[in-house]
Each structure stands twice: as C-alpha cells, then as structure tokens.
Ligand binder design. Structure first.
Ligand code: ACM
Ligand code: ZN
Length: 646
C-alpha cells in the first residue's frame, strides 16, 4: 500500500442537557420528581440473600465518600431492597415510598443493578444537590454486555483485574472476557502442565513500538501469571458483582507461548521462544491426537475454575503454513476426507466443541471458526466486521458482536498526534455510541441470536494499568449505554452532557480516562487561494485558546469563532479550557504552504476502501505524520495512482 496525506474527521456538537446524569441511562423512567432526601442512610433487606449486593454497594459508597447503608428498621431515609423471585432477568423497579424512602425490587442481579443506579444518584446528589430521583423500570437491551482484556501481551496483576471488574460493574456490564493465552505469554496456572507458566509466562523482551523490520527489542523481560487461587478469587469477585468471567484459551493458533513450553505439540516439534514481536506466530498446535488430549486436559482444569456456561477457544488467525508441511496433519486431512487446511481447522474446532458440549459447556470462537463449516454448538464472536455474526445468526448460532470498527478499544480515540501510540484504527467515543449491535439485514427471528456485544482491549501497545483504563474509558461508558439502554437511549448530545458529569464519578473512583473528547477539532477551508482553519470543541462550556508555536512569544488568543487565516508555513496549536483549566490535549496542526496547496486534483484510481477519503487532503497544506489512520490518510493498493489537475 502507498500512503500519502491525510484528512481529519470532525465531530459536531450542540447542547442538550438531561437533569439525570446516569450512565447508562435507565430504559424507562416514569414520574419525573421524587422530592425527598437522596442521602439514604438505612437499608431494609427482604432476604439475607441480598447481603452480598449490599456489601458491594457499601464498599463502593465508601470509596465515593457517600453514606453507606446500615441495616435498620428506621422509618425514613431507608432503602428497601425487595427480592422478587418472579423477576428472572436483570431488570429492577425503583420507586419512591412514603416517608422519604425508596424501594428497589428485582432478582439479586436486578437489585445489584438498581444499587449501581442508586450509587450514581447519591454521588450526583453530593456533587449537585437536586433532591430528585425518578421512579423507573430499568432493564437491559442485551443480555451480553461484555468487556475483554488481553493479559497476554502485557500482564496485569490480580488487583488491577479487580479494578477493571469494578469499572464494568459500575456500568452494568455483565461479562468479563479474560484473554489468558496468546503467542506472547501464557497467564494461567495449569497444574498438569507446569511448564506452561514456568516457561510460557515469560518472554525475554518486547518489540519497541512498531519496529517489526528491522526488529528492535527493548531488552526488558515481561512475565506474570495467575495461580489457580488467584483465578478463583477473581471469578468470585466478579460473581459478587453479577459479572460472568469467560476464559479464553487460544487454539489452534496464537499458541507460541504454549509451544515454547511444550514443543512436542507443534508440527515441527522444534524449540521455540515465547514471541517478542506483535502479530501471530506461524507455529500453531498440531492436530494429532496427543495435542487434542493435551488441550482437553487444559480445558478440564479451566472448566473446574470457571463456572461460566461458555468457554472461549479463540480460533482466530490460524496460520496454515506448518499444517501444510506436517505429515500428521496431512494424514488427518486424508483419513477424514477433508478438502484442505481450512476444513482441518474446522475439524479441530468441532472436536473441541464436542468435548465442551460433553461437559455441559458451550464453545465460543472468533469468526474464523465459520471457515470450513461451523461446529454444531458454537457461539461466534464477530470481530472482522459483522459479516461473520450475520452468517452465524442465519445458521441459528448465537452471536456476540465485536467488530473492529466500533468495538476495538485498542484503536485511537482522538487525534493521533496527541494520543499515545496505538495499533491503528480510529474509534472515537461518538462512533461507539452510534453502534447498533443488531444488524438491520437480519429477520426478526435471526435477530434473536445476537446476544449483545463486547469491546476488546488488546494490549500490544498498552503496557500500564493507567493506559488500559485510558483506552477503556470513557468509551466503555458509551458502550454500556448501547447495550443497556439500547434503542431507548437518547442522542449523542444528551449523552456527552451526562458524560461531562460522569467524569467526576470516574475521578472519585480513581479511574484514569481519556480526555480526548475535549480536544479541539480543526476544519480547514481553502477559498480564493486563502487557507483558513475553523476550530470547534465538543463542549461549549468553556473556551478555545490558540497560539503559534513558531512565534517567539507564543501568545495565547481566545478563539471567537472567526476562522484563523494561515498565510505562511506555520505551526498552529489550540486547546479547550473550562474555568481556565485545560481540559483536553493540545491540538497540533503544522502547515506547509507548498505550490500545490488549494489545487484541485483527481486520481486515476480510487483509494482502497480501508483508507477511503477525499483526494483534496493531498493539497490542503497540512503535513501528514505517522501513524497512519483511516480518515486521515488515503491509501492505494496495487498500482500507484496518477494525479491530474481538474
Ligand atoms: C482478533 O482480534 N484477532 C480476534
Ligand atoms: Zn501437524
């Protein structure tokens, strides 16, 4: 591909405010006013079964500096938690009761969700007293509201995993997909095969930035794994928050860390290192019987640790190179009348499906498991777009949507020049908020198979806890509303106003989040040979200040709405402030006034659809900087394009 210049995406905004700053917004709210104290002090629980939900609420309330709820038979400022066994889902009813009391009714999961709503209400009350709470019937649009975390590429300890789970619970997410194994590290203790962690959990170093070729390593070892006791503790921690933990054990690809420990289960059986470069290893599990036994032994230990109905076996990006050259794999193809290596992959996955089904579990795989035919009970996680999910739903298989376009939180979320290095892509929060997990092309019957969606946090370029939180938040807030409130959610304008308040909530819990939504957005215009730049911000509560980095004084001026004229090559900087506090990153736009600026050109071939865009970005005077993200860069594949003036 040939990459040339770039164009920027612009977000537009207007202000609509919602008096209730809840995220995710409840599905149905009735009666707008509850005029009573919201600083509840007491609780009355209808069943001892609700002790756990109450304990988690109180733990969070004390972190926020809110009142914790004390069990009492007091007659006012009391929350009544009423366990209603006739309610089988995660919904809850919240309603005011006489004497400044409140009732939350539902199943245990429903009451937990209601308590998470109450927690936000009470925090809000502390910040900005309103004395208003709404009666509501609140329920999720989707049953699968997931977040994934890759702990293979970088390891995150038990305490952080719990913090991550808190982040999910506070937003009514109910699935934690734990990506435990990959080429770059095996992170779960398997007692029968101790070398998986002794060898597989350690890599000698990590590739620096994107230095694939020539390779540059950083020389720092990375290691870590979870003992089975750690895993039990985390599964229990999540369960108390009504979150199911789904383990992912990658097979037959993404297996190099396991094969570094047990090379006998590869096709070549030769010594391998835990991979230090990003991308997938060519050495994958062989498909002979001993490998199946090895993996089934591992799954036995995994199933004993994870009570989830679903077990994820990966199945993505399986290189066929070694299988093609392997006698065992070729024999397997012949004996089973398989056509090719794709069918061998499907054969392998079916074996795992049968095994998990025989143990009363269901298999999940990434959408590659569709290739060569879907295993009978498999659930598909659609990541290469939605096509895999659509095909699976048409075959009456359950689906989780997780397309790169909207659900990959390892992608950039703001201007690449001010964001930390990321894998690529561009998934700003507005795009996440616009996501519709159920494709319109499915029939009413087929739609039932779309259980929900999840976002993935792959950690190749994410080495610290703060950075994980930064990539997850606030996009997770938007996703929680897509999945919980669904079609009932309001506009992005309304969401972003609530989010502005919600940042205080995230601060109170000590979460690190991206402030990219506050970034200044430039819009260029070329008229009569004059280049002008208009600036805007998503919020209009403060002001934009701008300056030129190449001026000696770097004088900051307030942007008043009149586009800035760019008369010479220069370096424009701008930042959004509220109450004189900088809110986002500094916008950096460097202009080079070369001879082609403003000329209208056309290209002999259209850009590749993965990096589409308007050809005028080539002559807009703005300098392009790596990394190359869609929307900012154009790309052509194959032939070089020819340009001509129009
Ligand atoms: C994936 O991103 N390889 C599932
Ligand atoms: Zn083989």
């Amino acid at each position: 591909m040939k990459f040339i210049f770039f164009a920027l995406l612009i977000l537009f905004s207007s202000t609509i405010s919602n008096s209730q700053n809840l995220i995710p917004m409840p599905a149905i709210q009735t009666e707008s006013e509850y005029s009573g104290a919201i600083d509840f002090k007491y609780v009355n629980i209808s069943s001892f079964l609700l002790q756990d939900e109450l304990a988690v609420f109180n733990e969070y309330a004390s972190k926020l500096g809110n009142h914790t709820l004390t069990e009492s038979i007091a007659e006012s400022q009391t929350v009544y938690l009423v366990l209603d066994q006739s309610i089988h889902d995660e919904s809850y009813f919240m309603k005011k009761k006489p004497g400044q009391n409140l009732e939350i009714r539902g199943s245990e999961a429903g009451i937990f969700n209601g308590l998470m709503t109450l927690l936000q209400y009470t925090f809000e009350q502390q910040e900005e007293p309103k004395n208003s709470i709404q009666n509501m019937h609140d329920y999720p649009a989707y049953t699968w509201r997931g977040m994934h975390l890759d702990v293979s590429r970088h390891f995150f300890d038990k305490a952080f995993v719990k913090k991550y789970i808190d982040m999910l619970a506070l937003h009514k997410m109910n699935v934690f997909h734990w990506h435990l194994t990959d080429d770059q590290g095996w992170r779960i203790e398997i007692k029968k095969y101790p070398l998986l962690t002794e060898i597989g959990s350690k890599r000698k170093e990590t590739m620096v930035a994107k230095n694939f070729d020539p390779y540059v390593g950083d020389g720092f070892p990375v290691e870590g794994f979870y003992t089975q006791e750690d895993v039990k503790e985390i599964v229990e921690y999540a369960s108390l928050r009504h979150i199911t933990v789904i383990p992912e054990i990658e097979m037959p690809g993404h297996a190099q860390a396991a094969l570094a420990a047990y090379p006998q289960y590869s096709c070549r059986k030769s010594k391998l290192e835990v991979l230090t470069i990003w991308g997938e290893g060519t050495d994958v599990f062989c498909t002979n019987d001993s490998v199946l036994v090895f993996l089934q032994d591992i799954l036995d230990e995994v199933m004993a640790l994870f009570p989830s109905k679903y077990i994820h076996i990966g199945g993505d990006e399986v290189s066929k190179t070694r299988w093609k050259a392997c006698d065992d794999c070729q024999l397997r193809i012949k004996k089973n009348n398989l056509k090719n290596e794709e069918e061998l992959q499907s054969y392998f996955i079916r074996k795992m499906d049968t095994y998990l089904t025989s143990k009363g579990r269901n298999m999940i795989g990434w959408d590659e498991i569709l290739e060569g035919g879907l295993a009978p009970n498999a659930m598909v996680m659609s990541w290469r777009g939605e096509e895999g999910g659509i095909a699976a739903a048409k075959q009456k298989h359950q689906v989780i949507m997780s397309p790169g376009s909207h659900c990959y939180f390892d992608h950039y979320q703001g201007n690449v020049k001010s964001e930390p290095l990321a894998i690529g892509g561009f998934t700003p929060i507005e795009k996440v908020y616009a996501y519709q997990p159920t494709p319109a092309s499915l029939s009413a019957d087929e739609r039932k198979y779309i259980l929900g969606a999840q976002a993935n946090v792959w950690t190749e370029y994410i080495g610290s806890e703060e950075h994980v939180e930064y990539m997850a938040l606030p996009r997770l807030c938007a996703l929680s509303e897509v999945l919980w409130t669904g079609e009932n959610r309001g506009t992005y304008e309304d969401f972003k106003e609530r989010l502005h308040h919600h940042f205080n909530y995230l601060d109170a819990f000590g979460f690190h989040y991206a402030r990219s939504i506050f970034d200044v957005l430039p819009k260029k215009e070329m008229k009569n040979g004059e280049l002008t730049i208009a600036l805007s911000s998503t919020y209009d509560k403060g002001e934009i200040k701008y300056w030129f980095e190449d001026e000696v004084m770097k004088m900051k001026k307030t942007y008043k709405g009149k586009p800035i004229s760019i008369k010479s090559s220069s370096s424009l900087r701008a930042q959004y402030f509220e109450n004189n506090i900088p809110m986002g990153n500094i916008m950096k736009e460097d202009f080079v006034l070369h001879k082609a600026v403003g000329k209208h050109i056309k290209s002999s071939i259209d850009p590749n659809t993965k990096y589409p865009g308007d050809i005028s970005v080539l002559t807009d005077a703005r300098a392009a900087l790596p990394p190359r993200v869609a929307g900012e860069w154009l790309a052509w594949s194959g032939e070089n394009p020819r340009y001509s003036l129009i």
